[in-house]
Design a protein around this ligand. Structure first.
Ligand SMILES: [Zn+2]
Ligand SMILES: [Zn+2]
Length: 574
Protein backbone atom coordinates (compact mmCIF):
# COMPACT_ATOMS: atom_id res chain seq x y z
CA UNK A 1 0.00 0.00 0.00
CA UNK A 2 1.80 3.09 -1.18
CA UNK A 3 0.93 6.67 -0.31
CA UNK A 4 -1.12 7.19 -3.52
CA UNK A 5 -3.24 4.11 -2.70
CA UNK A 6 -4.02 5.37 0.79
CA UNK A 7 -4.79 8.85 -0.58
CA UNK A 8 -7.08 7.36 -3.23
CA UNK A 9 -9.09 5.51 -0.56
CA UNK A 10 -9.61 8.75 1.38
CA UNK A 11 -10.59 10.68 -1.75
CA UNK A 12 -13.16 7.98 -2.44
CA UNK A 13 -14.47 8.19 1.13
CA UNK A 14 -14.79 11.97 0.71
CA UNK A 15 -16.75 11.59 -2.54
CA UNK A 16 -19.07 9.02 -1.03
CA UNK A 17 -19.71 11.12 2.07
CA UNK A 18 -20.47 14.10 -0.10
CA UNK A 19 -22.86 11.99 -2.18
CA UNK A 20 -24.71 11.26 1.04
CA UNK A 21 -24.97 14.96 1.78
CA UNK A 22 -22.59 14.86 4.75
CA UNK A 23 -20.92 18.20 5.35
CA UNK A 24 -17.41 19.06 6.68
CA UNK A 25 -16.21 15.45 6.91
CA UNK A 26 -15.48 15.20 3.15
CA UNK A 27 -13.14 18.19 3.35
CA UNK A 28 -11.33 16.58 6.28
CA UNK A 29 -10.73 13.38 4.29
CA UNK A 30 -9.59 15.33 1.24
CA UNK A 31 -7.18 17.38 3.33
CA UNK A 32 -5.72 14.21 4.80
CA UNK A 33 -5.53 12.58 1.35
CA UNK A 34 -3.68 15.57 -0.10
CA UNK A 35 -1.25 15.61 2.84
CA UNK A 36 -0.56 11.89 2.39
CA UNK A 37 0.03 12.41 -1.34
CA UNK A 38 2.62 15.08 -0.57
CA UNK A 39 4.29 13.05 2.17
CA UNK A 40 8.03 12.55 1.72
CA UNK A 41 8.17 9.27 3.62
CA UNK A 42 6.39 6.02 3.02
CA UNK A 43 3.11 5.98 4.93
CA UNK A 44 3.77 2.45 6.21
CA UNK A 45 7.05 3.63 7.74
CA UNK A 46 5.28 6.60 9.30
CA UNK A 47 2.73 4.25 10.90
CA UNK A 48 5.48 1.97 12.20
CA UNK A 49 7.11 4.94 13.91
CA UNK A 50 3.77 6.30 15.12
CA UNK A 51 4.42 9.48 13.16
CA UNK A 52 1.34 9.33 10.93
CA UNK A 53 -0.49 11.25 13.66
CA UNK A 54 1.77 14.23 12.96
CA UNK A 55 0.60 14.53 9.35
CA UNK A 56 -1.33 17.80 8.92
CA UNK A 57 -5.08 17.13 8.84
CA UNK A 58 -4.79 13.67 10.38
CA UNK A 59 -6.73 13.44 13.64
CA UNK A 60 -7.31 10.41 15.83
CA UNK A 61 -10.11 8.93 13.70
CA UNK A 62 -8.28 9.21 10.40
CA UNK A 63 -5.04 8.01 12.02
CA UNK A 64 -6.81 4.78 13.01
CA UNK A 65 -8.07 4.34 9.47
CA UNK A 66 -4.55 4.80 8.10
CA UNK A 67 -3.38 2.04 10.44
CA UNK A 68 -6.16 -0.22 9.23
CA UNK A 69 -5.27 0.37 5.57
CA UNK A 70 -1.56 -0.18 6.13
CA UNK A 71 -2.25 -3.37 8.15
CA UNK A 72 -4.95 -4.95 6.03
CA UNK A 73 -4.70 -3.24 2.64
CA UNK A 74 -8.32 -2.08 2.87
CA UNK A 75 -10.76 0.07 4.79
CA UNK A 76 -14.00 -1.46 6.08
CA UNK A 77 -15.55 2.01 6.35
CA UNK A 78 -15.10 2.50 2.58
CA UNK A 79 -16.81 -0.82 1.80
CA UNK A 80 -19.66 0.19 4.10
CA UNK A 81 -20.08 3.56 2.40
CA UNK A 82 -19.96 1.90 -1.01
CA UNK A 83 -22.80 -0.42 -0.09
CA UNK A 84 -24.96 2.58 0.76
CA UNK A 85 -24.58 4.36 -2.58
CA UNK A 86 -25.79 3.03 -5.95
CA UNK A 87 -22.72 1.75 -7.82
CA UNK A 88 -23.74 3.62 -10.97
CA UNK A 89 -23.58 6.92 -9.14
CA UNK A 90 -19.87 6.42 -8.52
CA UNK A 91 -19.47 6.03 -12.25
CA UNK A 92 -21.30 9.34 -12.76
CA UNK A 93 -18.55 10.94 -10.67
CA UNK A 94 -15.99 9.84 -13.24
CA UNK A 95 -17.50 12.19 -15.79
CA UNK A 96 -15.24 15.26 -16.04
CA UNK A 97 -16.93 18.33 -14.51
CA UNK A 98 -19.49 16.31 -12.53
CA UNK A 99 -18.75 16.52 -8.82
CA UNK A 100 -20.52 14.85 -5.90
CA UNK A 101 -22.89 17.79 -5.35
CA UNK A 102 -24.16 17.71 -8.94
CA UNK A 103 -24.39 13.92 -8.93
CA UNK A 104 -26.44 13.99 -5.73
CA UNK A 105 -28.77 16.66 -7.07
CA UNK A 106 -29.31 14.62 -10.25
CA UNK A 107 -30.00 11.54 -8.14
CA UNK A 108 -32.40 13.28 -5.78
CA UNK A 109 -34.36 15.30 -8.28
CA UNK A 110 -34.32 13.15 -11.41
CA UNK A 111 -33.64 9.71 -9.94
CA UNK A 112 -30.49 9.36 -12.02
CA UNK A 113 -28.14 6.66 -10.75
CA UNK A 114 -25.98 5.72 -13.74
CA UNK A 115 -24.09 7.27 -16.64
CA UNK A 116 -26.58 5.73 -19.10
CA UNK A 117 -29.53 7.33 -17.29
CA UNK A 118 -27.75 10.67 -17.18
CA UNK A 119 -27.00 10.52 -20.90
CA UNK A 120 -30.63 9.78 -21.64
CA UNK A 121 -31.74 12.71 -19.44
CA UNK A 122 -29.30 15.10 -21.15
CA UNK A 123 -30.38 14.04 -24.61
CA UNK A 124 -34.04 14.63 -23.75
CA UNK A 125 -33.12 17.99 -22.15
CA UNK A 126 -34.55 17.02 -18.80
CA UNK A 127 -31.67 18.65 -16.94
CA UNK A 128 -32.85 22.11 -17.93
CA UNK A 129 -35.78 21.76 -15.54
CA UNK A 130 -33.35 21.77 -12.63
CA UNK A 131 -32.26 24.86 -10.78
CA UNK A 132 -28.86 26.03 -11.95
CA UNK A 133 -28.84 23.86 -15.08
CA UNK A 134 -28.97 25.44 -18.54
CA UNK A 135 -28.30 24.38 -22.11
CA UNK A 136 -24.59 25.11 -21.57
CA UNK A 137 -24.40 22.76 -18.58
CA UNK A 138 -26.12 20.02 -20.57
CA UNK A 139 -23.67 20.45 -23.39
CA UNK A 140 -20.73 20.30 -21.01
CA UNK A 141 -22.02 17.15 -19.33
CA UNK A 142 -22.63 15.49 -22.69
CA UNK A 143 -19.07 16.31 -23.74
CA UNK A 144 -17.87 14.86 -20.43
CA UNK A 145 -19.80 11.65 -21.04
CA UNK A 146 -18.27 11.35 -24.52
CA UNK A 147 -14.77 11.87 -23.12
CA UNK A 148 -15.44 9.19 -20.50
CA UNK A 149 -16.78 6.82 -23.15
CA UNK A 150 -13.83 7.41 -25.46
CA UNK A 151 -11.41 6.57 -22.66
CA UNK A 152 -13.39 3.31 -22.49
CA UNK A 153 -12.63 2.69 -18.86
CA UNK A 154 -8.94 2.44 -19.72
CA UNK A 155 -6.26 3.13 -17.14
CA UNK A 156 -3.24 5.39 -17.57
CA UNK A 157 0.04 3.59 -18.23
CA UNK A 158 1.60 5.56 -15.40
CA UNK A 159 -1.02 4.31 -12.95
CA UNK A 160 -1.10 0.70 -14.10
CA UNK A 161 2.66 0.17 -14.41
CA UNK A 162 3.59 0.43 -10.72
CA UNK A 163 0.56 -1.70 -9.81
CA UNK A 164 1.58 -4.38 -12.31
CA UNK A 165 5.20 -4.35 -11.20
CA UNK A 166 4.28 -4.74 -7.53
CA UNK A 167 1.89 -7.58 -8.37
CA UNK A 168 4.50 -9.35 -10.49
CA UNK A 169 7.05 -8.92 -7.68
CA UNK A 170 4.59 -10.57 -5.26
CA UNK A 171 4.09 -13.56 -7.58
CA UNK A 172 7.82 -13.89 -8.21
CA UNK A 173 8.53 -13.80 -4.49
CA UNK A 174 6.04 -16.65 -3.90
CA UNK A 175 7.31 -18.80 -6.77
CA UNK A 176 10.96 -17.86 -7.21
CA UNK A 177 13.28 -18.81 -10.06
CA UNK A 178 10.70 -19.14 -12.81
CA UNK A 179 10.42 -16.95 -15.91
CA UNK A 180 7.67 -14.36 -15.43
CA UNK A 181 6.72 -11.16 -17.19
CA UNK A 182 4.07 -8.55 -17.72
CA UNK A 183 2.69 -8.76 -21.26
CA UNK A 184 -0.15 -7.14 -23.22
CA UNK A 185 -0.45 -3.43 -23.99
CA UNK A 186 1.32 -2.57 -20.75
CA UNK A 187 4.50 -4.27 -22.01
CA UNK A 188 4.14 -2.43 -25.30
CA UNK A 189 3.92 0.82 -23.33
CA UNK A 190 0.61 2.10 -24.68
CA UNK A 191 -0.48 5.36 -23.03
CA UNK A 192 -3.58 3.69 -21.57
CA UNK A 193 -4.22 0.03 -20.91
CA UNK A 194 -7.36 -2.10 -20.52
CA UNK A 195 -6.18 -4.70 -18.05
CA UNK A 196 -2.94 -6.14 -16.72
CA UNK A 197 -1.61 -9.43 -18.11
CA UNK A 198 0.92 -11.53 -16.26
CA UNK A 199 2.61 -14.59 -17.72
CA UNK A 200 4.50 -17.22 -15.72
CA UNK A 201 6.24 -20.42 -16.82
CA UNK A 202 5.97 -23.18 -14.26
CA UNK A 203 5.57 -26.95 -13.83
CA UNK A 204 3.37 -26.37 -10.77
CA UNK A 205 0.64 -24.07 -12.06
CA UNK A 206 -1.54 -24.50 -8.97
CA UNK A 207 1.19 -23.04 -6.80
CA UNK A 208 1.37 -20.02 -9.12
CA UNK A 209 -2.38 -19.43 -9.21
CA UNK A 210 -2.49 -19.74 -5.41
CA UNK A 211 0.21 -17.04 -5.13
CA UNK A 212 -1.66 -14.94 -7.67
CA UNK A 213 -5.02 -15.12 -5.86
CA UNK A 214 -3.50 -14.47 -2.43
CA UNK A 215 -2.24 -10.97 -3.27
CA UNK A 216 -3.30 -8.43 -0.62
CA UNK A 217 -4.86 -5.91 -3.01
CA UNK A 218 -7.23 -8.41 -4.67
CA UNK A 219 -10.85 -7.55 -4.04
CA UNK A 220 -12.45 -10.35 -6.00
CA UNK A 221 -11.27 -13.55 -7.68
CA UNK A 222 -13.18 -13.66 -10.97
CA UNK A 223 -11.85 -16.99 -12.24
CA UNK A 224 -9.35 -19.49 -10.99
CA UNK A 225 -7.91 -22.35 -12.99
CA UNK A 226 -4.52 -23.98 -13.29
CA UNK A 227 -3.53 -22.23 -16.53
CA UNK A 228 -5.69 -19.13 -16.40
CA UNK A 229 -6.94 -16.94 -13.55
CA UNK A 230 -8.46 -13.46 -13.30
CA UNK A 231 -8.87 -11.10 -10.40
CA UNK A 232 -10.22 -7.65 -9.76
CA UNK A 233 -8.06 -5.33 -7.65
CA UNK A 234 -9.43 -2.85 -5.14
CA UNK A 235 -8.68 -0.01 -7.54
CA UNK A 236 -10.93 -1.64 -10.16
CA UNK A 237 -8.18 -2.95 -12.43
CA UNK A 238 -8.53 -6.46 -13.79
CA UNK A 239 -5.45 -8.67 -13.80
CA UNK A 240 -5.20 -11.87 -15.84
CA UNK A 241 -2.69 -14.61 -15.20
CA UNK A 242 -1.53 -17.29 -17.62
CA UNK A 243 0.69 -20.16 -16.62
CA UNK A 244 2.49 -22.09 -19.37
CA UNK A 245 5.21 -24.70 -19.66
CA UNK A 246 8.77 -23.43 -19.92
CA UNK A 247 9.07 -24.76 -23.49
CA UNK A 248 6.20 -22.42 -24.53
CA UNK A 249 7.17 -19.38 -22.47
CA UNK A 250 8.67 -17.32 -25.31
CA UNK A 251 5.85 -18.13 -27.70
CA UNK A 252 3.24 -17.25 -25.08
CA UNK A 253 5.07 -14.03 -24.21
CA UNK A 254 5.16 -13.08 -27.88
CA UNK A 255 1.53 -14.03 -28.39
CA UNK A 256 0.09 -12.30 -25.31
CA UNK A 257 2.18 -9.16 -25.77
CA UNK A 258 0.50 -8.51 -29.11
CA UNK A 259 -0.60 -6.37 -30.69
CA UNK A 260 -3.13 -8.53 -32.48
CA UNK A 261 -2.26 -6.77 -35.74
CA UNK A 262 1.45 -7.39 -35.27
CA UNK A 263 0.78 -11.07 -34.60
CA UNK A 264 -1.31 -11.42 -37.77
CA UNK A 265 1.75 -10.39 -39.80
CA UNK A 266 4.04 -12.65 -37.79
CA UNK A 267 1.76 -15.64 -38.44
CA UNK A 268 1.62 -14.80 -42.14
CA UNK A 269 5.39 -14.86 -42.37
CA UNK A 270 5.20 -18.24 -40.65
CA UNK A 271 2.80 -19.54 -43.29
CA UNK A 272 5.17 -18.42 -46.05
CA UNK A 273 7.91 -20.48 -44.41
CA UNK A 274 5.73 -23.54 -43.83
CA UNK A 275 5.49 -22.86 -40.11
CA UNK A 276 2.62 -22.62 -37.68
CA UNK A 277 2.94 -19.93 -34.98
CA UNK A 278 0.75 -19.89 -31.90
CA UNK A 279 0.97 -19.32 -28.15
CA UNK A 280 2.53 -22.77 -27.63
CA UNK A 281 5.41 -22.41 -30.03
CA UNK A 282 6.51 -22.46 -33.67
CA UNK A 283 5.82 -25.77 -35.44
CA UNK A 284 6.60 -27.30 -38.81
CA UNK A 285 3.39 -27.65 -40.76
CA UNK A 286 2.48 -31.28 -41.43
CA UNK A 287 4.94 -32.90 -39.07
CA UNK A 288 3.98 -30.57 -36.19
CA UNK A 289 7.61 -30.75 -35.10
CA UNK A 290 8.35 -27.87 -32.65
CA UNK A 291 11.14 -25.59 -33.88
CA UNK A 292 11.02 -22.75 -31.35
CA UNK A 293 9.10 -21.44 -28.34
CA UNK A 294 11.10 -21.24 -25.13
CA UNK A 295 12.26 -17.65 -25.74
CA UNK A 296 10.83 -14.75 -27.73
CA UNK A 297 14.13 -14.45 -29.59
CA UNK A 298 13.79 -18.07 -30.76
CA UNK A 299 10.29 -17.40 -32.10
CA UNK A 300 11.37 -14.40 -34.17
CA UNK A 301 14.55 -16.17 -35.25
CA UNK A 302 12.58 -19.15 -36.57
CA UNK A 303 10.77 -16.66 -38.81
CA UNK A 304 14.00 -15.12 -40.05
CA UNK A 305 13.47 -11.98 -37.97
CA UNK A 306 15.52 -10.22 -35.32
CA UNK A 307 13.79 -9.75 -31.95
CA UNK A 308 11.45 -6.75 -32.20
CA UNK A 309 11.11 -4.49 -29.13
CA UNK A 310 7.55 -4.70 -27.71
CA UNK A 311 7.03 -0.92 -28.06
CA UNK A 312 7.25 -1.30 -31.86
CA UNK A 313 4.79 -4.16 -32.23
CA UNK A 314 1.88 -2.10 -33.54
CA UNK A 315 1.81 -3.03 -37.22
CA UNK A 316 3.43 0.29 -38.07
CA UNK A 317 6.03 -1.05 -40.47
CA UNK A 318 8.13 -2.80 -37.82
CA UNK A 319 8.08 -6.23 -39.49
CA UNK A 320 9.21 -4.98 -42.88
CA UNK A 321 11.86 -2.84 -41.18
CA UNK A 322 13.00 -5.98 -39.34
CA UNK A 323 13.11 -7.98 -42.61
CA UNK A 324 15.20 -5.22 -44.20
CA UNK A 325 17.53 -5.01 -41.20
CA UNK A 326 16.33 -1.45 -40.61
CA UNK A 327 14.90 -1.60 -37.09
CA UNK A 328 15.86 1.49 -35.11
CA UNK A 329 18.22 1.09 -32.20
CA UNK A 330 15.80 2.55 -29.67
CA UNK A 331 16.74 5.06 -27.00
CA UNK A 332 16.98 3.30 -23.65
CA UNK A 333 16.15 4.42 -20.11
CA UNK A 334 19.84 4.06 -19.27
CA UNK A 335 20.72 6.66 -21.96
CA UNK A 336 18.68 9.39 -20.25
CA UNK A 337 20.78 11.84 -18.23
CA UNK A 338 18.21 14.25 -16.84
CA UNK A 339 14.85 16.01 -16.82
CA UNK A 340 13.95 19.21 -18.70
CA UNK A 341 10.68 20.25 -17.02
CA UNK A 342 10.23 20.71 -13.27
CA UNK A 343 8.14 23.03 -11.09
CA UNK A 344 9.10 24.03 -7.56
CA UNK A 345 7.44 25.85 -4.67
CA UNK A 346 8.37 29.11 -6.44
CA UNK A 347 5.22 28.53 -8.58
CA UNK A 348 2.75 25.65 -8.11
CA UNK A 349 5.14 22.84 -7.17
CA UNK A 350 5.39 21.58 -3.61
CA UNK A 351 9.15 21.18 -3.17
CA UNK A 352 12.14 23.52 -3.01
CA UNK A 353 14.83 23.80 -5.68
CA UNK A 354 17.23 22.23 -3.19
CA UNK A 355 14.91 19.25 -2.61
CA UNK A 356 14.53 18.71 -6.36
CA UNK A 357 18.27 18.92 -6.98
CA UNK A 358 19.08 16.48 -4.17
CA UNK A 359 16.40 14.01 -5.23
CA UNK A 360 17.50 14.15 -8.87
CA UNK A 361 21.15 13.69 -7.88
CA UNK A 362 20.14 10.68 -5.78
CA UNK A 363 18.41 9.22 -8.82
CA UNK A 364 21.74 9.49 -10.63
CA UNK A 365 20.71 12.31 -12.98
CA UNK A 366 23.39 14.52 -14.47
CA UNK A 367 21.09 17.52 -14.93
CA UNK A 368 17.70 19.00 -14.09
CA UNK A 369 16.05 22.15 -15.42
CA UNK A 370 13.96 24.28 -13.08
CA UNK A 371 11.09 25.59 -15.20
CA UNK A 372 8.41 27.34 -13.17
CA UNK A 373 5.39 29.09 -14.66
CA UNK A 374 5.39 32.63 -16.01
CA UNK A 375 3.42 35.63 -14.79
CA UNK A 376 0.18 35.27 -16.80
CA UNK A 377 -0.57 31.90 -15.30
CA UNK A 378 -1.84 33.34 -12.05
CA UNK A 379 -3.77 30.20 -11.03
CA UNK A 380 -0.44 28.38 -10.99
CA UNK A 381 1.24 31.20 -9.08
CA UNK A 382 3.34 32.21 -12.11
CA UNK A 383 6.53 34.17 -11.47
CA UNK A 384 6.86 37.89 -12.15
CA UNK A 385 10.09 38.97 -13.92
CA UNK A 386 11.42 40.24 -10.57
CA UNK A 387 10.65 36.96 -8.83
CA UNK A 388 12.23 34.98 -11.67
CA UNK A 389 15.42 37.07 -11.28
CA UNK A 390 15.44 36.29 -7.57
CA UNK A 391 14.88 32.62 -8.37
CA UNK A 392 17.92 32.69 -10.70
CA UNK A 393 20.00 33.63 -7.65
CA UNK A 394 18.66 30.65 -5.71
CA UNK A 395 19.17 28.26 -8.66
CA UNK A 396 22.76 29.49 -8.86
CA UNK A 397 23.33 28.86 -5.15
CA UNK A 398 21.84 25.35 -5.28
CA UNK A 399 23.76 24.64 -8.49
CA UNK A 400 27.06 25.66 -6.87
CA UNK A 401 26.36 23.52 -3.83
CA UNK A 402 25.69 20.46 -6.01
CA UNK A 403 28.29 21.29 -8.67
CA UNK A 404 30.04 17.94 -8.16
CA UNK A 405 26.99 15.75 -8.63
CA UNK A 406 24.42 17.49 -10.85
CA UNK A 407 23.98 20.46 -13.18
CA UNK A 408 20.97 22.61 -12.29
CA UNK A 409 19.78 24.52 -15.35
CA UNK A 410 17.79 27.68 -14.88
CA UNK A 411 14.64 27.94 -16.96
CA UNK A 412 11.02 28.85 -17.39
CA UNK A 413 7.83 27.35 -18.73
CA UNK A 414 6.77 30.56 -20.38
CA UNK A 415 3.21 30.97 -21.57
CA UNK A 416 2.47 31.43 -25.25
CA UNK A 417 -0.18 34.12 -25.19
CA UNK A 418 -3.19 33.95 -27.54
CA UNK A 419 -1.45 36.30 -30.01
CA UNK A 420 1.66 34.07 -30.08
CA UNK A 421 3.83 36.43 -28.07
CA UNK A 422 5.70 35.14 -25.01
CA UNK A 423 4.88 36.02 -21.43
CA UNK A 424 8.39 37.32 -20.63
CA UNK A 425 10.52 39.84 -22.55
CA UNK A 426 13.22 38.43 -24.79
CA UNK A 427 15.94 40.10 -22.67
CA UNK A 428 14.88 38.06 -19.62
CA UNK A 429 14.49 34.77 -21.52
CA UNK A 430 18.03 35.16 -22.84
CA UNK A 431 19.35 34.98 -19.29
CA UNK A 432 17.92 31.46 -18.87
CA UNK A 433 19.48 28.12 -19.78
CA UNK A 434 16.25 26.40 -20.87
CA UNK A 435 13.08 28.03 -22.22
CA UNK A 436 9.99 25.86 -22.64
CA UNK A 437 7.07 27.66 -24.28
CA UNK A 438 3.61 26.24 -23.62
CA UNK A 439 -0.05 26.92 -24.19
CA UNK A 440 -2.25 27.04 -21.08
CA UNK A 441 -5.11 29.30 -22.17
CA UNK A 442 -7.54 29.76 -25.07
CA UNK A 443 -7.20 26.15 -26.23
CA UNK A 444 -10.24 26.16 -28.49
CA UNK A 445 -8.83 28.33 -31.28
CA UNK A 446 -9.47 27.32 -34.90
CA UNK A 447 -6.66 25.21 -36.35
CA UNK A 448 -5.16 27.93 -38.56
CA UNK A 449 -5.06 30.46 -35.71
CA UNK A 450 -3.56 27.94 -33.28
CA UNK A 451 -0.90 26.97 -35.81
CA UNK A 452 -0.04 30.64 -36.35
CA UNK A 453 0.08 31.24 -32.59
CA UNK A 454 2.55 28.41 -32.05
CA UNK A 455 4.72 29.10 -35.09
CA UNK A 456 5.07 32.73 -34.00
CA UNK A 457 6.42 31.53 -30.65
CA UNK A 458 8.78 29.06 -32.34
CA UNK A 459 10.13 31.77 -34.63
CA UNK A 460 10.71 34.24 -31.79
CA UNK A 461 14.28 33.02 -31.35
CA UNK A 462 13.67 32.80 -27.59
CA UNK A 463 12.38 29.22 -27.31
CA UNK A 464 14.26 25.93 -26.87
CA UNK A 465 11.38 23.51 -26.41
CA UNK A 466 7.68 23.56 -27.29
CA UNK A 467 5.96 22.25 -24.11
CA UNK A 468 3.18 19.60 -24.25
CA UNK A 469 2.56 20.53 -27.91
CA UNK A 470 -1.02 19.29 -28.28
CA UNK A 471 -2.09 20.07 -24.68
CA UNK A 472 -4.14 16.88 -24.51
CA UNK A 473 -5.06 15.43 -21.16
CA UNK A 474 -5.84 11.75 -21.56
CA UNK A 475 -9.49 11.01 -20.80
CA UNK A 476 -10.21 14.64 -19.94
CA UNK A 477 -9.20 17.02 -22.71
CA UNK A 478 -8.91 16.48 -26.44
CA UNK A 479 -5.73 17.75 -28.13
CA UNK A 480 -5.87 21.30 -29.51
CA UNK A 481 -6.39 21.62 -33.23
CA UNK A 482 -3.04 22.40 -34.78
CA UNK A 483 -1.18 21.53 -37.98
CA UNK A 484 1.63 19.51 -36.45
CA UNK A 485 3.45 18.97 -39.75
CA UNK A 486 3.75 22.71 -40.16
CA UNK A 487 4.84 23.08 -36.54
CA UNK A 488 7.56 20.47 -37.10
CA UNK A 489 8.76 22.17 -40.29
CA UNK A 490 9.01 25.53 -38.55
CA UNK A 491 10.64 23.96 -35.48
CA UNK A 492 13.24 22.23 -37.65
CA UNK A 493 14.19 25.56 -39.22
CA UNK A 494 14.18 27.42 -35.91
CA UNK A 495 16.15 24.73 -34.05
CA UNK A 496 13.39 24.18 -31.49
CA UNK A 497 12.84 20.77 -29.87
CA UNK A 498 9.46 19.19 -29.17
CA UNK A 499 8.68 18.13 -25.64
CA UNK A 500 7.58 14.66 -24.71
CA UNK A 501 5.77 15.62 -21.55
CA UNK A 502 6.04 12.52 -19.38
CA UNK A 503 3.30 13.32 -16.88
CA UNK A 504 1.04 10.21 -16.87
CA UNK A 505 -2.11 11.90 -18.17
CA UNK A 506 -0.27 13.91 -20.85
CA UNK A 507 2.35 11.82 -22.71
CA UNK A 508 2.43 14.64 -25.24
CA UNK A 509 3.88 14.47 -27.95
CA UNK A 510 2.40 11.03 -28.22
CA UNK A 511 4.11 8.06 -29.90
CA UNK A 512 3.05 8.54 -33.53
CA UNK A 513 3.82 12.26 -33.35
CA UNK A 514 7.34 11.55 -32.05
CA UNK A 515 7.94 9.55 -35.19
CA UNK A 516 6.58 12.35 -37.35
CA UNK A 517 8.80 14.88 -35.57
CA UNK A 518 11.83 12.69 -36.25
CA UNK A 519 10.93 12.48 -39.92
CA UNK A 520 11.02 16.28 -39.98
CA UNK A 521 14.42 16.32 -38.27
CA UNK A 522 13.09 17.71 -35.00
CA UNK A 523 14.65 16.38 -31.77
CA UNK A 524 12.58 15.76 -28.64
CA UNK A 525 13.23 16.74 -25.03
CA UNK A 526 11.61 14.64 -22.32
CA UNK A 527 10.30 16.51 -19.27
CA UNK A 528 8.27 15.11 -16.38
CA UNK A 529 6.44 18.36 -15.56
CA UNK A 530 7.07 17.32 -11.95
CA UNK A 531 5.28 19.31 -9.28
CA UNK A 532 6.89 17.23 -6.51
CA UNK A 533 9.96 15.02 -6.13
CA UNK A 534 7.57 12.06 -6.29
CA UNK A 535 6.84 12.88 -9.93
CA UNK A 536 10.48 12.61 -11.04
CA UNK A 537 10.01 8.89 -11.65
CA UNK A 538 7.64 9.64 -14.54
CA UNK A 539 10.71 10.23 -16.70
CA UNK A 540 10.61 6.59 -17.78
CA UNK A 541 7.09 7.04 -19.21
CA UNK A 542 8.57 9.68 -21.51
CA UNK A 543 11.30 7.27 -22.60
CA UNK A 544 8.73 4.57 -23.32
CA UNK A 545 6.74 7.05 -25.42
CA UNK A 546 9.88 8.02 -27.33
CA UNK A 547 10.63 4.34 -27.96
CA UNK A 548 7.10 3.84 -29.29
CA UNK A 549 7.88 6.76 -31.59
CA UNK A 550 10.90 4.85 -33.02
CA UNK A 551 13.35 7.38 -31.53
CA UNK A 552 17.02 6.59 -31.15
CA UNK A 553 19.51 7.97 -28.67
CA UNK A 554 20.56 10.84 -30.94
CA UNK A 555 16.94 12.02 -31.37
CA UNK A 556 16.49 12.72 -27.65
CA UNK A 557 18.22 15.73 -26.05
CA UNK A 558 18.12 14.12 -22.59
CA UNK A 559 20.86 11.72 -23.71
CA UNK A 560 23.34 14.58 -24.23
CA UNK A 561 25.89 15.54 -21.59
CA UNK A 562 25.02 18.74 -19.64
CA UNK A 563 27.88 20.63 -21.31
CA UNK A 564 26.69 19.66 -24.78
CA UNK A 565 23.13 20.63 -23.89
CA UNK A 566 24.40 24.01 -22.73
CA UNK A 567 26.33 24.50 -25.96
CA UNK A 568 23.35 23.50 -28.07
CA UNK A 569 20.87 25.68 -26.25
CA UNK A 570 23.12 28.71 -26.07
CA UNK A 571 22.76 28.97 -29.85
CA UNK A 572 19.44 30.64 -29.12
CA UNK A 573 21.17 33.59 -27.48
CA UNK A 574 23.78 34.26 -30.13
ZN1 LIG B 1 2.43 23.36 -18.83
ZN1 LIG C 1 4.74 22.50 -16.50
Amino acid sequence: MGNPDVARIFYEVADLLELQGVSFKPQAYRRAAAAIEQLEVDIADAVREGRHKEIPGVGAAIAKKIEEIVDTGRLAYLDELKSEVPAGLLEVLMIPDVGPKTAMQLHRELGISSVAELKEAVESHRLQSLKGFGAKTEERILLGIRTLESSGGRTLLGEARPVARAYLAHVMACVPDVPASICGSLRRGRDTIGDIDILVASDSPDEVSEAFASYGLVSEVLARGSTKSSVLLQNGLQVDLRVVEASSYGAALQYFTGSKEHNVIVRKIGVERGLKVNEYGVFERGTERPVAGDSEESVYEALGLPWIPPELREDAGEVSAALDGKLPSLVDASDIRGDFHIHTDWSDGSDTIEEIASAAANLGYEFVAITDHSQSLTIANGLSPEKLRRQLGEIGRVGDKHADDITVFSGSEVDIKPDGSLDFPSSLLRELDVVIASIHSKMKMPKADMTKRMTKALESGDVDILGHPTARIIGRREPVEVDLEEIFEVAADAGVAMEVNAFPDRLDLRDVHCRLAKEHGVPVAIGTDSHSVRHLEYLELGTITARRGWLEKGDVLNTFRPNDIRKRLSGRRS
